[in-house]
Ligand binder design. Sequence first.
Ligand code: 2AM
Length: 148
Amino acid sequence: MYAFKTLLGLALAVPTLTNPLLRVRSLFPLTSLLTTSNIHQRQCAETCGSTCYTQSDIDAAVQQGYSDYQSGQTAGSSSYPHQYNDREGFAFPDSGPYYEFPILGSEQVYTGGSPGADRVIFTGDGTYEGVITHQGAAGNDFLQCTAG
Ligand code: 2AM
């Protein structure tokens, strides 16, 4: 009986330890490599040029911009947030006046310095209205970013 158990143990253990495929599978189950559940994908709510913004990127920019607007502060030595006059005539969900604040593609909230090309728009009560960009527009004009 002892000999049988030893043989059975060896029969099971040896292929697992010596067969590279079985060894790799036991360390890194293949199924976890094939499923996407572990892969963090950013879901774009708005895309400006080729820059993707998630809703949480947008919410963070609006929150910072509106907080500065309410306290009468600007980010660093910049002029943001400041009023956006909608010279382009974009149709936002609510009426103005509107305010703009930079949104950065780096997943960092804007605190001053170069504002890049992209802006969130919000109203005087902090309602988010949209994302616009200088990317692809003439001069200082804006284009609306694309949903998704
Ligand atoms: P904005 O503040 O509405 O973005 C001087 O700063 C002028 O340049 C402002 O009219 C400003 O508009 C605009 N501006 C800022 N960043 C820009 C960019 N990346 N491309 C084009 N215009 C920009």
